[in-house]
Design a protein around this ligand. Structure first.
Ligand SMILES: O=C(CO)[C@H](O)[C@H](O)COP(=O)(O)O
Length: 255
């Protein structure tokens, strides 16, 4: 009897998890499709972000390429994005050939009420920021779990900071002594040692313990020797599309 109850509880928990994953994926897909339909136009140069949500945007661009003969070129923000562009049959370019983009679309780990983003959960923050900065419009796509009033409300993994490997200890100490919290070296899964970014660097995940003035914190951290980039995206976003649990999309436009 006890064994039966335990098995039932485990089954219930697995099905709840599967339902949540399906809902979150549906929300990501909705946001991505809405953003592509509104912002990607024929003949454009498009920056392609990284992560799981962007897959749905690329899927929609590929669909429109077939259905409407949409003709766009895509610039990736990571190895993952590059592979995604190629496997979807889209035209791959780089910032060398295409330094000015019409629009860049990307996911985010969290978005606050002032449109400050945490990015870099997938470790691609530096190239993501470079591509976003090269675009005339930067559009964020996310599911409902990313919509916060303040950073840290829902996303607990901290702010990623990409660092040159030899500088990681001094930078960790400086971040912790200047701003508090803990800056932890991101460790790899299925590989011994730290995560190594597409640029050959390490990532410190700074778990902050209070809300800061993010533009100032970003500038200060960025000036520390050995810091390549922070995952704080301040004053970069033009619009955010959130896919919601009820199947609708909430769009927030920056005025
Ligand atoms: O910044 C990123 C990768 O560096 C991603 O855009 C961010 O982590 C969101 O990912 P997902 O779409 O999987 O939720």
């Amino acid at each position: 009897m006890l064994l039966k109850l335990i098995k039932q509880a485990a089954f219930n928990s697995i099905s709840r998890h599967k339902t949540t994953v399906a809902m979150v994926d549906a929300a990501k897909r909705l946001a991505a499709r809405a953003a592509v339909d509104e912002y990607v136009k024929n003949g454009q140069k498009v920056g392609i972000g990284s992560g799981s949500t962007i897959k749905f945007a690329v899927e929609r661009i590929a669909e429109r390429t077939k259905d409407e003969s949409l003709n766009v070129v895509c610039v990736p923000t990571s190895f993952q994005a590059r592979e995604l562009i190629l496997s979807s049959g889209l035209v791959l370019e780089s910032l060398d050939t295409t330094p000015v983009l019409d629009v860049a679309i990307d996911g985010a780990d969290e978005v606050d009420k002032d449109f400050v983003l945490i990015k870099g959960g997938g470790g691609c923050l530096t190239q993501e920021k470079i591509v976003a900065a090269a675009a005339k419009k930067f559009i964020v796509i996310a599911d409902y779990r990313k919509d916060s009033t303040l950073l840290g409300e829902q996303y607990k993994k901290g702010i990623p900071v990409e660092v040159i490997p030899m500088a990681r200890v001094p930078i960790k100490r400086k971040i912790e002594s200047n701003f508090g919290g803990k800056a932890e070296l991101r460790m790899a899964i299925n590989k011994a040692g730290p995560v190594v970014t597409d640029n050959g660097n390490f990532i410190l995940d700074w778990k902050f313990d209070k809300v800061h003035k993010w533009s100032e914190v970003h500038k200060e951290i960025k000036l520390m020797p050995g810091v390549v980039e922070t995952g704080l995206f301040v004053d970069m976003t033009n619009a955010v599309f959130f896919g919601l649990e009820d199947g609708s999309v909430k769009t927030k436009l920056v005025k």
